[in-house]
Design a protein around this ligand. Structure first.
Ligand SMILES: Cc1cc2nc3c(=O)[nH]c(=O)nc-3n(C[C@H](O)[C@H](O)[C@H](O)COP(=O)(O)O)c2cc1C
Length: 190
């Protein structure tokens, strides 16, 4: 069994999934465990949406790509990804079998931090369970839209925080270090 330190440093984002799905019970257990994070005033201000319908995910992917293309000039950070979003075969959810969307109640002022910690726990739990996980920032332009939220049954006061895909990696993960080296960071010691 990996030490916790090794789990953290070996975890890496997964973008290639097998066809094998996850059961509702498996996803529910992961979410349940992931919610054991600190939260501001212990508000636990999250709401989850799970989408396992691959056709639905494909249609959200198409809508997100179309919306990014239409707003490319206002979003310079997306220019580096233009070739992906113009590629008709590129699915922003990488054909993963499940998308867990973490929404946070904006009436709780720390909701973004609280829900981000839950999302990171999902990454760690996926790693521990031999699953793949990736936060999909490309989906932020649509999953926070009021009409989309209404369609997904999300109460109005909940903001999108983290869309996270989960599934079984196409290649079983061996314990290897994360291929993305960490950048140097600075510390101001006092
Ligand atoms: C807020 C956020 C948004 C991200 N959005 C995407 C995305 O849309 N598509 C993608 O393939 N990866 C996305 N990622 C994954 C990052 O690209 C990945 O974490 C980074 O390259 C470091 O790799 P690692 O997670 O394997 O350490 C996102 C990660 C975060 C935290």
């Amino acid at each position: 069994m990996q030490s916790f330190e090794s789990l953290i440093t070996n975890r890496s984002t997964c973008r290639n999934f097998s066809d094998q799905g996850l059961t509702q019970q498996e996803i529910k257990t992961l979410i349940d465990t992931a919610t054991w994070v600190p939260s501001g005033s212990n508000n636990q201000p999250w709401h989850f949406v799970v989408i396992s319908d691959r056709d639905k995910l494909k249609s959200y992917s198409d809508a997100a790509k179309e919306a990014w293309l239409a707003t490319l000039k206002d979003n310079p950070h997306m220019h580096q990804y233009e070739k992906y979003i113009r590629d008709p075969d590129y699915n922003i959810f990488y054909n993963a079998p499940a998308l867990v969307i973490v929404y946070g109640n904006r009436e709780s002022c720390w909701h973004v931090y609280d829900c981000s910690m839950v999302a990171y726990n999902l990454h760690l739990l996926a790693e521990e369970n031999g699953l793949g996980c990736c936060w999909i920032g490309f989906a932020h332009n649509i999953l926070g839209e009021p009409a989309v939220k209404r369609g997904l049954g999300v109460p109005e006061q909940y903001d999108l925080v983290a869309p996270v895909i989960l599934g079984h990696p196409a290649q079983a993960k061996s314990i290897t270090s994360n291929p993305n080296p960490r950048k140097d960071f600075s510390i101001s010691w006092h």
